[in-house]
Write a protein that binds this ligand. Sequence first.
Ligand SMILES: Nc1nc2c(ncn2[C@@H]2O[C@H](COP(=O)(O)OP(=O)(O)OP(=O)(O)O)[C@@H](O)[C@H]2O)c(=O)[nH]1
Ligand SMILES: [Zn+2]
Length: 359
Amino acid sequence: MVSPSPFLPDRAERLARAVSDLRLGLAVAIGGGDTTWLAISAERADPGRLDAMTETGAAHLAVTARRAETLKISVYDGDMARLSLPRAVDRAWLGGVIDPANDLAQPMKGPFLALRGGDAAPSRAALLLLRKAELLPAAIVAPVESVPEGVLRISLSDMAAVSQTTLAHVVSARLPIAAEVNSALQIFRPDGLGDEHYAVVVGKPDRSAPVLTRLHSACFTGDVLGSLKCDCGPQLNAALRQMAQAGGGVLLYLNQEGRGIGLANKMRAYSLQDQGFDTVEANHRLGFDDDERNFGLGGQILRQMRIGRIKLMTNNPRKLAAFDAEGIEVVERVPLWVGEGDFNRDYLRVKHERSGHLE
Ligand SMILES: Nc1nc2c(ncn2[C@@H]2O[C@H](COP(=O)(O)OP(=O)(O)OP(=O)(O)O)[C@@H](O)[C@H]2O)c(=O)[nH]1
Ligand SMILES: [Zn+2]
């Protein structure tokens, strides 16, 4: 007989499963306190599951403090709020509460009853997992007597593994690119939650000197489509060209689209920007922070590549701090201001004025 225990998922694997279940619209059971709770994405909840979650009258809707602020809901749980839900939730009402697309058209959505006291930790865990699933951070949460068969169970103590992803090198292959034919692409894969990330080695960087490095965040609209709303495409190309001219460099490409909120949410942010909100306000109205990226992954990749000293091409002081925290010495910052135009002037101004980007 084969022993079952090696086949059981560990904490990191359970969390990765929980994120993909929530993304599908499935419920996840969260235990670890006195009560076990079922949580489901408010965005993905189908009518049958929504009714089942709310039929006892004990369900609540968890939203982030950012979203609560826009909805003018009292925040008693620090970074989040829990709203009591009626037995039969009106889906249009729910849509209005969680999705800010119609905030301006439908400004009054209350009255809301915000819960105080009790255990907010399971709801907080659900919100964090939904962010990792790149869904709107709004969860329907209800206590359960018993967990329905087939529903994944996680424990609050599993949540510690959310930020403990370790990346492993998978493969490296030669990749001639327009900037430098002598280049290579390396792939790094997480052991639990998260996406694969890449390192482009341009030319032959001299490892005895600080390596010219760029930490780039995925931007489908800018990198691939040539969107004029941001500066990502020109930054990507300028970085690769400068590395080629310098004889070599490393471009770390982190799959953290939309500053970590995912492409669908970034497009929600863009539609809010069309209503007049700036980049930061749009993120807040959706329930996200200004920037949800984890730059520490870049340092982890460089350590695996045995690169310890770099010249970093960036205007973002948070990136400098992140490499420092990972033990990578940034000996010089190389400013990277390119691609300014009519469509991204406000975006660049907001980076400078609100996000602390350097000259
Ligand atoms: N949420 C959101 N993300 C955006 C928006 N515009 C661009 N992005 C994302 O922002 C990231 C690029 O970040 P930036 O702040 O432009 O630049 P940075 O990489 O932090 O800083 P630099 O190193 O100085 O370029 C990419 O992940 C883009 O997909 C937006 O309006 N909203
Ligand atoms: Zn972009």
